[in-house]
Ligand binder design. Structure first.
Ligand code: GDP
Length: 337
């Protein structure tokens, strides 16, 4: 395959200096390079990341999830502005594995968070598009590091896709916040038990007007539900609170809860241990993805696979033997290089 070189690229130092000088335009350009599928961009992105790496890790990374309509963007707007009022610089990223299908969400992001998008202390980056959730997640994780190097002290990572992207967000954040609604019929609102188990905090959202009492009742219900889950390795017991983003109530309490979590887990060592695990997992995930990519892009393998499929269907070859044979052939092509 021919490696095309992208136009209008500078050398790595241009982006590295820009990021370290907190230049938002250059940060955006570097993220675009990170999201690119071109071979030359991949190398450039890796160079940029490697150089800014010592300047990463200094933020608090918060994952935010909940079904569409629960009020995630409205919450991020209110919460983000609260954090800015406390002196933080906030970057907002999202994982949306469906964004290649609904490009509309990109425009939507700008208007969804009106105040934040006009603040000099906030940086909003719409979700990257990609073929696989793994690919999109890796790009988001890299973008997160670039934002940290550019001086953002709180990173909010929102899930836009429902169902699968929560695990990806959880794999790169320190704290996981789940937004839910009171009295919305189905008790778990399509949120699977596994996602509730990941939550460090459940926020019963839209606790305003007629909904205040329902929200208080929901809070007790979820508190009871959380007691059923096994205790957390972090030493933290998940909390439930109520909030309204439109009325700006309960937002400060959420931040207090998150700070309590940070204080506890930094003191007991879990905070760093968790991040170390995440970094190591990221390496293994990348190895697996890259090996797969190399294997399936190999022309000898591509040519051979349809034949093997036929042999398996004709019961001439067992699936396991076929797999081992072709891996053997792949190894031979590597030795001949
Ligand atoms: P998302 O799809 O999860 O990002 O949800 P949005 O932030 O777009 O909000 C969905 C709808 O809920 C919008 O009409 C918001 O105005 C409304 N909404 C968001 N937060 C609140 C809240 O705290 N209280 C009330 N009453 N409505 C809210």
């Amino acid at each position: 395959m021919k490696a095309f070189k992208a136009k209008n690229r500078h050398d790595a130092s241009y982006y590295i200096d820009g990021i370290l000088n907190q230049d938002r335009v250059k940060l955006s350009q570097a993220i675009t390079i990170t999201e690119s599928h071109l071979e030359s961009d991949k190398q450039l992105a890796s160079q940029i990341l490697q150089h800014v790496l010592p300047h990463t890790g200094n933020s608090l990374r918060i994952g935010i999830t909940g079904v569409p309509g629960v009020g995630k963007s409205t919450f991020i707007e209110a919460f983000g502005m609260h954090l800015i009022s406390l002196g933080f610089k906030v970057a907002i990223l999202s994982i949306d594995p469906s964004s290649q299908r609904s490009k509309g969400s990109i425009l939507g992001d700008k208007t969804r968070m009106e105040e934040l998008s006009h603040s000099n202390h906030a940086y909003i980056r719409p979700s990257a598009s990609g073929d696989t959730l793994g690919g999109v997640a890796n790009t988001t994780a890299e973008s997160m590091l670039l934002c940290e190097a550019a001086g953002y002290t709180i990173i909010l990572i929102e899930t836009v896709g429902v169902g699968q992207s929560e695990t990806a967000v959880h794999s790169m954040t320190d704290f996981f916040l789940l937004l839910m609604l009171a009295g919305a019929g189905d008790e778990l609102q399509g949120i699977k038990k596994g996602i509730m188990e990941m939550a460090d905090l459940i926020v019963i959202h839209k606790a305003d007007g007629d909904n205040i009492n329902h929200s208080k009742a929901a809070k007790s219900k979820y508190e009871n539900a959380l007691h059923l889950f096994a205790s957390n390795e972090s030493g933290w017991s998940p909390k439930v609170t109520t909030a309204s983003s439109t009325q700006n109530t309960g937002i400060d309490t959420i931040w207090e809860i998150i700070q309590n979590y940070q204080t506890l887990t930094v003191a007991n060592g879990y905070f760093q241990k968790h991040r170390n695990h995440q970094k190591i997992d990221w390496m293994y995930r990348t190895i697996e993805n890259e090996l797969k990519r190399l294997f399936y892009n190999n022309s000898a393998i591509k040519a051979r696979l349809p034949l093997l499929e036929e042999q398996i269907i004709a019961s001439e070859l067992s699936p396991v033997k076929a797999a081992l044979n072709i891996i053997g052939e792949y190894n031979k092509t590597k030795k001949n290089v």
